[in-house]
Design a protein around this ligand. Structure first.
Ligand code: MTE
Length: 324
Protein backbone atom coordinates (compact mmCIF):
# COMPACT_ATOMS: atom_id res chain seq x y z
CA UNK A 1 0.00 0.00 0.00
CA UNK A 2 1.45 3.38 -1.00
CA UNK A 3 2.23 5.99 1.64
CA UNK A 4 0.57 9.22 0.55
CA UNK A 5 2.23 11.50 3.07
CA UNK A 6 5.36 11.60 0.95
CA UNK A 7 5.38 12.66 -2.69
CA UNK A 8 6.55 9.79 -4.86
CA UNK A 9 8.62 9.98 -7.99
CA UNK A 10 5.99 8.05 -9.94
CA UNK A 11 3.14 10.23 -8.76
CA UNK A 12 1.67 12.02 -11.71
CA UNK A 13 1.32 15.71 -10.92
CA UNK A 14 -2.08 17.17 -11.75
CA UNK A 15 -0.21 19.53 -14.08
CA UNK A 16 0.72 16.55 -16.31
CA UNK A 17 -2.91 16.31 -17.22
CA UNK A 18 -2.74 19.81 -18.70
CA UNK A 19 0.90 19.76 -19.75
CA UNK A 20 0.52 18.60 -23.31
CA UNK A 21 -2.02 21.24 -24.31
CA UNK A 22 0.34 23.79 -22.83
CA UNK A 23 3.17 22.49 -25.07
CA UNK A 24 1.06 22.68 -28.15
CA UNK A 25 -0.30 26.07 -27.23
CA UNK A 26 3.27 27.18 -26.88
CA UNK A 27 4.26 25.73 -30.25
CA UNK A 28 1.47 27.66 -31.89
CA UNK A 29 2.66 30.80 -30.16
CA UNK A 30 6.20 30.20 -31.40
CA UNK A 31 4.92 29.77 -34.94
CA UNK A 32 2.76 32.87 -34.81
CA UNK A 33 5.48 34.98 -33.26
CA UNK A 34 7.98 33.66 -35.83
CA UNK A 35 10.64 33.23 -33.19
CA UNK A 36 13.94 31.88 -34.47
CA UNK A 37 15.07 30.29 -31.20
CA UNK A 38 13.17 27.98 -28.94
CA UNK A 39 13.88 26.57 -25.49
CA UNK A 40 15.03 23.04 -24.67
CA UNK A 41 11.50 21.74 -23.97
CA UNK A 42 10.27 23.35 -27.17
CA UNK A 43 13.10 21.70 -29.10
CA UNK A 44 12.29 18.23 -27.75
CA UNK A 45 8.64 18.62 -28.52
CA UNK A 46 9.30 20.03 -31.96
CA UNK A 47 10.50 16.47 -32.80
CA UNK A 48 7.00 15.15 -32.11
CA UNK A 49 5.41 14.67 -35.47
CA UNK A 50 8.60 15.16 -37.47
CA UNK A 51 8.66 12.33 -40.01
CA UNK A 52 12.38 12.09 -40.77
CA UNK A 53 14.08 11.51 -37.47
CA UNK A 54 16.46 8.78 -36.22
CA UNK A 55 13.45 7.22 -34.50
CA UNK A 56 11.41 7.07 -37.72
CA UNK A 57 14.46 5.66 -39.55
CA UNK A 58 14.58 2.83 -37.00
CA UNK A 59 10.86 2.23 -37.41
CA UNK A 60 11.23 2.08 -41.21
CA UNK A 61 13.56 -0.92 -40.76
CA UNK A 62 11.01 -2.98 -38.77
CA UNK A 63 9.54 -6.06 -40.50
CA UNK A 64 6.20 -5.34 -42.17
CA UNK A 65 3.05 -7.18 -41.14
CA UNK A 66 0.45 -7.83 -43.75
CA UNK A 67 -2.94 -7.87 -42.04
CA UNK A 68 -6.34 -7.09 -43.61
CA UNK A 69 -8.28 -4.22 -42.07
CA UNK A 70 -11.39 -5.25 -40.15
CA UNK A 71 -14.04 -2.76 -41.31
CA UNK A 72 -16.09 -3.35 -38.17
CA UNK A 73 -13.48 -1.56 -36.10
CA UNK A 74 -12.95 1.87 -37.60
CA UNK A 75 -12.97 5.36 -36.10
CA UNK A 76 -14.42 8.45 -37.74
CA UNK A 77 -11.88 11.23 -37.79
CA UNK A 78 -8.15 11.52 -38.14
CA UNK A 79 -5.71 8.82 -37.24
CA UNK A 80 -2.74 9.90 -35.10
CA UNK A 81 0.50 10.17 -37.09
CA UNK A 82 2.94 7.37 -36.31
CA UNK A 83 5.74 9.85 -35.71
CA UNK A 84 3.63 11.25 -32.86
CA UNK A 85 2.33 8.01 -31.31
CA UNK A 86 5.79 6.41 -31.32
CA UNK A 87 7.29 9.35 -29.44
CA UNK A 88 4.67 9.89 -26.78
CA UNK A 89 4.87 6.70 -24.74
CA UNK A 90 4.38 5.54 -21.20
CA UNK A 91 6.76 2.66 -20.49
CA UNK A 92 8.02 3.25 -16.97
CA UNK A 93 10.48 0.35 -17.07
CA UNK A 94 12.58 2.57 -19.36
CA UNK A 95 11.76 6.16 -18.50
CA UNK A 96 9.31 8.31 -16.60
CA UNK A 97 9.15 10.72 -19.53
CA UNK A 98 7.32 10.08 -22.77
CA UNK A 99 9.51 11.40 -25.56
CA UNK A 100 12.70 9.46 -24.74
CA UNK A 101 11.26 5.96 -24.16
CA UNK A 102 12.24 4.89 -27.70
CA UNK A 103 15.88 5.78 -26.97
CA UNK A 104 16.03 4.14 -23.54
CA UNK A 105 14.47 0.96 -24.91
CA UNK A 106 17.22 0.48 -27.53
CA UNK A 107 18.99 -2.38 -25.67
CA UNK A 108 15.76 -4.25 -25.03
CA UNK A 109 15.62 -7.46 -27.15
CA UNK A 110 12.01 -8.51 -27.81
CA UNK A 111 12.83 -11.18 -30.45
CA UNK A 112 12.77 -14.17 -29.91
CA UNK A 113 10.13 -14.09 -27.15
CA UNK A 114 8.23 -16.70 -25.17
CA UNK A 115 4.75 -16.21 -23.76
CA UNK A 116 3.65 -18.56 -21.00
CA UNK A 117 -0.09 -19.16 -20.58
CA UNK A 118 -1.18 -21.13 -17.53
CA UNK A 119 -2.94 -21.08 -14.16
CA UNK A 120 -6.52 -22.41 -14.13
CA UNK A 121 -6.46 -23.94 -17.62
CA UNK A 122 -6.67 -27.50 -18.92
CA UNK A 123 -3.92 -27.05 -21.51
CA UNK A 124 -1.12 -24.79 -20.23
CA UNK A 125 1.29 -23.81 -22.98
CA UNK A 126 4.35 -21.75 -23.72
CA UNK A 127 4.13 -19.98 -27.05
CA UNK A 128 6.83 -18.66 -29.25
CA UNK A 129 5.52 -15.23 -30.28
CA UNK A 130 6.95 -15.63 -33.80
CA UNK A 131 4.88 -18.77 -34.21
CA UNK A 132 1.75 -16.97 -32.94
CA UNK A 133 2.32 -14.16 -35.43
CA UNK A 134 2.57 -16.68 -38.28
CA UNK A 135 -0.40 -18.80 -37.18
CA UNK A 136 -3.03 -16.47 -35.71
CA UNK A 137 -5.53 -14.70 -38.00
CA UNK A 138 -4.01 -11.22 -37.81
CA UNK A 139 -6.17 -8.21 -38.61
CA UNK A 140 -5.87 -4.46 -38.38
CA UNK A 141 -8.29 -2.58 -36.15
CA UNK A 142 -8.36 1.18 -35.75
CA UNK A 143 -9.17 1.96 -32.13
CA UNK A 144 -9.46 5.05 -29.97
CA UNK A 145 -6.92 5.11 -27.15
CA UNK A 146 -7.57 7.16 -24.01
CA UNK A 147 -4.91 7.71 -21.35
CA UNK A 148 -5.93 8.35 -17.73
CA UNK A 149 -3.89 11.58 -18.06
CA UNK A 150 -6.72 12.94 -20.25
CA UNK A 151 -5.10 12.77 -23.68
CA UNK A 152 -6.22 10.59 -26.54
CA UNK A 153 -5.13 9.22 -29.90
CA UNK A 154 -6.39 6.94 -32.67
CA UNK A 155 -4.10 4.11 -33.78
CA UNK A 156 -4.18 1.09 -36.14
CA UNK A 157 -3.32 -2.00 -34.10
CA UNK A 158 -2.47 -5.34 -35.71
CA UNK A 159 -3.23 -8.44 -33.70
CA UNK A 160 -5.80 -11.08 -32.85
CA UNK A 161 -8.56 -11.44 -30.26
CA UNK A 162 -7.34 -12.60 -26.85
CA UNK A 163 -10.31 -15.00 -26.87
CA UNK A 164 -8.62 -17.01 -29.67
CA UNK A 165 -5.65 -17.72 -27.41
CA UNK A 166 -7.79 -18.45 -24.34
CA UNK A 167 -9.77 -20.98 -26.37
CA UNK A 168 -6.57 -22.94 -27.03
CA UNK A 169 -5.63 -23.26 -23.35
CA UNK A 170 -9.19 -24.04 -22.17
CA UNK A 171 -9.81 -22.07 -18.95
CA UNK A 172 -11.41 -24.19 -16.22
CA UNK A 173 -14.76 -23.28 -14.66
CA UNK A 174 -12.93 -21.83 -11.60
CA UNK A 175 -11.16 -19.21 -13.72
CA UNK A 176 -12.70 -15.76 -13.10
CA UNK A 177 -9.80 -13.41 -13.84
CA UNK A 178 -6.88 -13.08 -16.22
CA UNK A 179 -3.56 -11.73 -14.98
CA UNK A 180 -0.87 -10.35 -17.32
CA UNK A 181 2.79 -9.87 -16.42
CA UNK A 182 5.54 -7.90 -18.19
CA UNK A 183 9.20 -9.03 -18.32
CA UNK A 184 11.52 -8.37 -15.38
CA UNK A 185 15.06 -7.55 -16.52
CA UNK A 186 16.81 -4.83 -14.51
CA UNK A 187 19.83 -5.08 -16.87
CA UNK A 188 17.86 -3.49 -19.70
CA UNK A 189 15.02 -1.76 -17.81
CA UNK A 190 16.76 0.82 -15.62
CA UNK A 191 13.78 1.59 -13.41
CA UNK A 192 13.61 -2.03 -12.28
CA UNK A 193 17.11 -1.74 -10.82
CA UNK A 194 17.51 -1.79 -7.07
CA UNK A 195 18.46 1.66 -5.85
CA UNK A 196 16.86 3.20 -8.90
CA UNK A 197 13.32 2.67 -7.83
CA UNK A 198 11.09 3.21 -4.85
CA UNK A 199 10.69 0.05 -2.83
CA UNK A 200 6.94 0.48 -3.20
CA UNK A 201 7.09 0.03 -7.00
CA UNK A 202 5.82 -3.50 -7.49
CA UNK A 203 7.86 -4.62 -10.52
CA UNK A 204 7.25 -6.40 -12.79
CA UNK A 205 4.32 -4.45 -14.23
CA UNK A 206 1.12 -6.47 -13.98
CA UNK A 207 -2.47 -5.96 -15.11
CA UNK A 208 -5.73 -7.86 -14.99
CA UNK A 209 -9.18 -8.29 -16.48
CA UNK A 210 -12.24 -10.31 -15.57
CA UNK A 211 -12.68 -13.33 -17.78
CA UNK A 212 -15.73 -11.70 -19.42
CA UNK A 213 -13.65 -8.61 -20.27
CA UNK A 214 -10.86 -10.81 -21.61
CA UNK A 215 -13.32 -12.70 -23.81
CA UNK A 216 -14.93 -9.52 -25.20
CA UNK A 217 -14.67 -9.08 -28.96
CA UNK A 218 -12.69 -5.83 -28.58
CA UNK A 219 -9.92 -7.25 -26.42
CA UNK A 220 -6.82 -7.84 -28.53
CA UNK A 221 -3.31 -9.09 -28.19
CA UNK A 222 -1.42 -6.73 -30.45
CA UNK A 223 1.79 -7.68 -32.26
CA UNK A 224 1.93 -4.76 -34.67
CA UNK A 225 0.96 -1.17 -35.39
CA UNK A 226 0.98 1.04 -38.54
CA UNK A 227 1.62 -1.97 -40.80
CA UNK A 228 4.72 -3.39 -39.09
CA UNK A 229 5.71 -5.26 -35.93
CA UNK A 230 5.48 -3.30 -32.68
CA UNK A 231 8.39 -0.95 -32.04
CA UNK A 232 9.97 -1.46 -28.62
CA UNK A 233 8.41 1.70 -27.17
CA UNK A 234 4.90 0.40 -27.93
CA UNK A 235 5.49 -2.88 -26.04
CA UNK A 236 7.13 -5.27 -28.51
CA UNK A 237 6.63 -8.06 -29.24
CA UNK A 238 3.14 -8.54 -27.75
CA UNK A 239 0.84 -6.33 -25.68
CA UNK A 240 -2.74 -6.02 -24.56
CA UNK A 241 -5.26 -3.61 -26.15
CA UNK A 242 -8.53 -2.92 -24.30
CA UNK A 243 -9.87 0.27 -25.92
CA UNK A 244 -12.73 1.01 -23.49
CA UNK A 245 -10.36 1.20 -20.52
CA UNK A 246 -7.71 3.76 -19.57
CA UNK A 247 -4.35 3.28 -21.27
CA UNK A 248 -2.51 1.86 -18.25
CA UNK A 249 -4.59 -1.34 -18.52
CA UNK A 250 -2.93 -1.95 -21.93
CA UNK A 251 0.09 -3.81 -20.53
CA UNK A 252 3.16 -4.05 -22.78
CA UNK A 253 5.76 -6.75 -23.53
CA UNK A 254 3.83 -9.57 -21.87
CA UNK A 255 5.69 -12.71 -20.75
CA UNK A 256 2.95 -14.44 -18.80
CA UNK A 257 -0.85 -14.79 -18.86
CA UNK A 258 -2.45 -16.60 -15.92
CA UNK A 259 -6.05 -17.58 -15.34
CA UNK A 260 -7.02 -17.18 -11.69
CA UNK A 261 -9.96 -17.50 -9.30
CA UNK A 262 -9.10 -14.32 -7.37
CA UNK A 263 -8.73 -10.76 -8.59
CA UNK A 264 -4.99 -10.24 -9.24
CA UNK A 265 -2.96 -7.41 -7.78
CA UNK A 266 -1.91 -4.94 -10.44
CA UNK A 267 0.90 -2.38 -10.70
CA UNK A 268 -0.93 0.97 -10.57
CA UNK A 269 -3.74 -0.25 -8.37
CA UNK A 270 -1.17 -1.43 -5.80
CA UNK A 271 0.67 1.91 -5.95
CA UNK A 272 -2.39 4.15 -5.66
CA UNK A 273 -5.70 2.29 -5.31
CA UNK A 274 -7.70 5.50 -4.89
CA UNK A 275 -6.38 6.87 -8.21
CA UNK A 276 -6.15 3.78 -10.45
CA UNK A 277 -8.97 1.31 -9.99
CA UNK A 278 -8.82 -2.29 -11.11
CA UNK A 279 -11.75 -1.78 -13.51
CA UNK A 280 -10.78 1.68 -14.86
CA UNK A 281 -13.31 2.03 -17.65
CA UNK A 282 -13.18 5.37 -19.47
CA UNK A 283 -15.96 7.45 -17.92
CA UNK A 284 -16.38 11.23 -18.32
CA UNK A 285 -18.52 11.40 -15.18
CA UNK A 286 -15.96 9.87 -12.83
CA UNK A 287 -13.13 12.35 -12.30
CA UNK A 288 -9.64 11.27 -11.37
CA UNK A 289 -9.12 12.48 -7.78
CA UNK A 290 -6.83 15.22 -9.10
CA UNK A 291 -8.40 16.21 -12.44
CA UNK A 292 -11.56 15.99 -14.54
CA UNK A 293 -12.10 13.23 -17.09
CA UNK A 294 -14.95 15.09 -18.84
CA UNK A 295 -12.74 16.18 -21.77
CA UNK A 296 -9.60 14.98 -23.47
CA UNK A 297 -6.86 16.50 -25.61
CA UNK A 298 -6.12 14.91 -28.94
CA UNK A 299 -2.34 14.46 -28.81
CA UNK A 300 -0.24 16.71 -30.98
CA UNK A 301 -3.11 19.13 -31.54
CA UNK A 302 -4.78 21.87 -29.53
CA UNK A 303 -8.11 20.13 -30.08
CA UNK A 304 -10.19 19.23 -27.03
CA UNK A 305 -13.15 16.91 -27.24
CA UNK A 306 -15.67 15.44 -24.85
CA UNK A 307 -14.70 12.08 -23.38
CA UNK A 308 -17.08 9.29 -24.36
CA UNK A 309 -18.43 6.70 -21.95
CA UNK A 310 -16.41 3.50 -22.43
CA UNK A 311 -14.32 5.57 -24.84
CA UNK A 312 -17.09 5.23 -27.44
CA UNK A 313 -17.41 1.44 -27.16
CA UNK A 314 -20.64 1.22 -25.12
CA UNK A 315 -22.33 -0.91 -27.79
CA UNK A 316 -19.72 -3.63 -27.34
CA UNK A 317 -19.13 -3.51 -23.58
CA UNK A 318 -21.95 -1.78 -21.63
CA UNK A 319 -23.65 -5.14 -21.03
CA UNK A 320 -20.60 -6.29 -19.03
CA UNK A 321 -21.36 -3.65 -16.39
CA UNK A 322 -25.17 -3.62 -16.43
CA UNK A 323 -26.57 -3.92 -12.91
CA UNK A 324 -28.95 -6.82 -12.55
N1 MTE B 1 3.05 -1.56 -19.79
C1 MTE B 1 4.21 -1.67 -19.12
N2 MTE B 1 4.82 -2.85 -19.05
N3 MTE B 1 4.81 -0.60 -18.52
C2 MTE B 1 4.24 0.64 -18.55
O1 MTE B 1 4.80 1.59 -17.97
N4 MTE B 1 2.34 2.00 -19.30
C3 MTE B 1 0.90 1.96 -19.55
C4 MTE B 1 0.54 1.02 -20.70
N5 MTE B 1 1.28 -0.23 -20.59
C5 MTE B 1 2.99 0.79 -19.23
C6 MTE B 1 2.44 -0.35 -19.87
C7 MTE B 1 0.35 3.28 -19.81
S1 MTE B 1 0.26 4.31 -18.45
C8 MTE B 1 -0.09 3.67 -21.03
S2 MTE B 1 -0.91 5.15 -21.26
C9 MTE B 1 0.11 2.84 -22.23
O2 MTE B 1 0.87 1.65 -21.94
C10 MTE B 1 0.85 3.63 -23.30
O3 MTE B 1 0.95 2.89 -24.49
P1 MTE B 1 1.75 3.49 -25.74
O4 MTE B 1 3.05 4.05 -25.23
O5 MTE B 1 1.96 2.37 -26.71
O6 MTE B 1 0.89 4.57 -26.31
Amino acid sequence: MADFRKKREWELPASTATRESAYWGRRDFIKVAGLATIGVAGLAYSQLGATSTPMMEEIARLPKLDAPGNEKYRVHGDMTKESVAARYNNFYEFSRYKDDVWEHARDFQPYPWQLEVGGLVNRPRTYDVDELVRRMPLEERIYRFRCVEAWSMVVPWIGFPLSALLKEVEPTSQAKYVKFTTFFDPEVAPRQQEGNWYSSEPWPYTEGLTIAEAANELTMLSVGIYGHVLPKQHGAPIRLVVPWKYGFKNIKSIVKIELAAKRPETFWNTLAPNEYGFVSNVNPKVPHPRWSQANERVICTVQRQPTLLYNGYAAQVAHLYAKT
